[in-house]
Write a protein that binds this ligand. Structure first.
Ligand SMILES: [Zn+2]
Ligand SMILES: [Zn+2]
Length: 306
């Protein structure tokens, strides 16, 4: 089952020719979730051949422009494209007023329902639960109320052994009953124990999106053991003081969080525009945590069981 993260924007603050501000598309079992929507996100979605109408949930980490300046454009385009289904938006309460002002000023009445969910960025709580995932907020330490997001796949159902399926004429109801945890009784009254005819489902996977934040250890227990952690790494070590002053992290600090949280893999991003070459950021992080990769616009990362 799919669980992937498409990087639409991996830069900080200012859009560059080859690097857009923050936005990521998360695909869990073919359901699409957008995390942040920096300027240019619509174009990036088109480049990635994403069907826009398949996005039903958008999450905004905070109201610095590099994380949401693409949103009003996307909301309007969905309207122009004739969207009718509901769109759920999760963000700091102020965003509702901003969107309203834009729409009223342009006398736009959306053809679809935009359902706004105000979130409290200071809390760690579940804000969405679907049949496939839960999404929780992760408080960040930034100079504006900010939260990251933790998206956790729900535990799947057990798999029925192929040799058992091949040897028995199972109806749809039989499949459903066995998947639900029941034994199977054949026409002759022979009982097959559930444990003998199934194998356990794959472990549920989790992805944590952490941006923007200074080094913040209270995050560690909240993301412990996730299969993939995205952590902002705006600066290199020599700019640690700048990072602290601006409530951002260095690549090494991102790696320290990954190590303490015993995550399976770390992905860096939200790079300052000063870095034309990202090798330094990667090597400073790898000094602390080997399983580190660099986010890059266009990159798609599969979230794998660690
Ligand atoms: Zn930012
Ligand atoms: Zn910010």
């Amino acid at each position: 089952m799919t669980f992937s993260v498409s990087i639409l924007g991996s830069g900080a603050a200012i859009p560059l020719i080859h690097r857009n501000p923050s936005a990521q598309l998360i695909n869990v079992h073919e359901k699409l979730f957008l995390f942040d929507c920096g300027e240019g996100t619509q174009v990036q979605l088109r480049k990635n051949r994403v069907r826009l109408r398949k996005i039903n949930h958008i999450f905004i980490s905070h109201l610095h422009g590099d994380h949401y300046f693409g949103l009003i454009g996307l909301i309007t385009s969905l309207h122009l494209l004739g969207r009718e289904s509901d769109l759920h938006l999760f963000a700091h309460p102020s965003l509702e007023k901003i969107i309203k002002l834009h729409l009223e000023s342009s006398q736009t009445i959306l053809k679809y329902s935009l359902i706004f969910h105000a979130i409290d960025p200071g809390l760690h709580e579940v804000i969405l639960e679907t049949s496939a995932v839960t999404v929780s907020t992760l408080p960040m330490n930034h100079n504006f109320p900010t939260c990251g997001f933790l998206i956790r796949e729900k535990q799947g159902k057990p798999n029925i052994r192929k040799d058992f399926v091949a040897g028995h004429d199972l109806s749809k109801d039989d499949f459903r009953m066995i998947k639900a945890g029941n034994d199977f009784i054949d026409a002759d009254g022979h009982v097959y124990r559930h444990a003998d005819i199934t194998s356990p489902p794959a472990a549920a996977r989790a992805y944590a999106y952490c941006t923007d934040t200074a080094y913040y250890e209270p995050l560690v227990p909240l993301i412990h053991g996730v299969d993939l952690l995205y952590h902002e790494a705006t600066f290199m070590d020599d700019k640690e003081k700048d990072a602290q002053a601006k409530f951002h992290s260095t690549a090494r600090q991102a790696a320290m969080i990954a190590k303490k949280a015993e995550v399976k893999k770390l992905m860096l991003g939200h790079y300052s525009a000063r870095y034309k070459n990202l090798d330094g950021l990667l090597s400073e992080a790898k000094d602390v945590f080997t399983e580190t990769i660099l986010a890059d616009d266009g990159l798609v990362v599969e979230v794998l069981n660690g």
